[in-house]
Write a protein that binds this ligand. Structure first.
Ligand SMILES: C[S@@+](CC[C@H](N)C(=O)[O-])C[C@H]1O[C@@H](n2cnc3c(N)ncnc32)[C@H](O)[C@@H]1O
Length: 311
């Protein structure tokens, strides 16, 4: 049994308000559900990000004037979008090693076999674990780096933490390294609200899977039909929150006897996804220490791939 998972769940469910850290979405079931979410019409993010990758690979290639680099991807996931970028960079003659970092070793296996199948000549060095730790260890390597943080992952931090995270990356990067982040932009709130409340209810299952995972790994007795999925977008703050709502007053017990009590309509916070404007992204990059920020967007400016550099 994973001790950190157990401690984090006990801490989150005995706090007020209750929460479950969003990194726990991604067990095997969560990975599968997330791959389904990525294909949903309403979940526009990966589709548009992929479109931008298709249109800006040449400029990214030109910005990386090195003989050989390490492409380090934080929270790499299944690598399906990255594959397109790697293929494009390879076809332009870039010589690189691909280092995907992810907390889920399951998704890293999917990632590795997808990249290997299509790019058999590329060296892949998958690293399982929390990227906060594994990235600082990697920073001692001398090769120039392109660090990637795609899929609007930055939005899962509060703006303060996002800035702290970019600063942390900056401190572990050398002058010639570059950072490429895929960030969701502020837009019509209806479009954002629909992305987190899809008509096929896959996002609902994804959110409820957190409770299923606690049942499977900690022997809890959550009845999933006694909880509901409640997503909420605040366009003023640019924050899309996800909650689980307890539909009745209830008690849930873990295998070790620990009990948690839920009031009727009590919320468990499970995720936040912040949206930014291009100006806010530039400000963050500059505050973190970068000198140059370039945005690659789709024509409607729904999403951006932003490249942060020093030279
Ligand atoms: C929203 S998915 C995005 C995947 C991919 N970047 C994409 O754009 O398709 C987030 C990924 O980050 C990973 N992840 C979340 N928290 C992490 C952490 N602290 N350390 C390493 N990986 C993490 C998850 O396992 C998951 O694969």
């Amino acid at each position: 049994m994973n001790k950190t998972f157990e401690q984090d769940i006990k801490k989150g469910l005995s706090s007020s308000p209750k929460y479950i850290p969003s990194q726990y979405f991604y067990d095997e079931t969560g990975d599968q559900l997330f791959q389904q979410i990525m294909k949903l019409e309403e979940y526009y993010l990966p589709r548009i990000e992929l479109e931008i990758i298709g249109s800006c690979s040449h400029e990214i290639f030109q910005a990386l004037a090195f003989d050989a680099i390490d492409i380090i991807e934080l929270g790499a996931g299944d690598g399906s979008k990255t594959l397109k970028l790697l293929k494009n960079l390879k076809s332009k003659g870039l010589n690189f090693r691909y280092i995907p970092l992810d907390i889920s070793s399951n998704v890293l296996e999917i990632n590795q076999s997808a990249i290997q199948n299509h790019l058999p000549d590329v060296d892949i060095l998958p690293i399982a674990g929390d990227y906060m730790k594994t990235f600082s260890e990697l920073s001692r390597q001398k090769n120039p780096k392109l660090v990637m943080f795609l899929g609007s992952n930055l939005g899962n931090f509060t703006p303060d933490k996002a800035l702290g995270f970019i600063k942390h990356l900056y401190q572990h990067m050398n002058g010639s390294d570059a950072l490429l982040m895929g960030i969701d932009l502020k837009k019509n709130p209806q479009m954002i609200a629909a992305a987190y409340n899809d008509s096929q209810q896959i996002t609902r299952m994804f959110n409820l899977n957190l409770l299923g995972r606690i049942n499977r790994e900690l022997g809890a007795d959550f009845k999933l039909n006694r909880f509901d999925h409640y997503p909420f977008y605040d366009p003023i703050k640019g924050s899309a929150f996800s909650y689980l709502v307890s539909l009745e007053t209830q008690k849930v017990k873990l295998a070790d006897g620990t009990c948690f009590y839920f009031e009727k309509n009590e919320l468990i916070h499970t995720e936040v996804s912040y949206k930014y404007s291009l100006k806010e992204i530039e400000k963050m990059g500059m505050k973190a220490g970068f000198l140059k920020v370039r945005h690659f967007t789709d024509p409607q400016e729904y999403f951006t791939l932003s490249l942060f550099q020093n030279e």
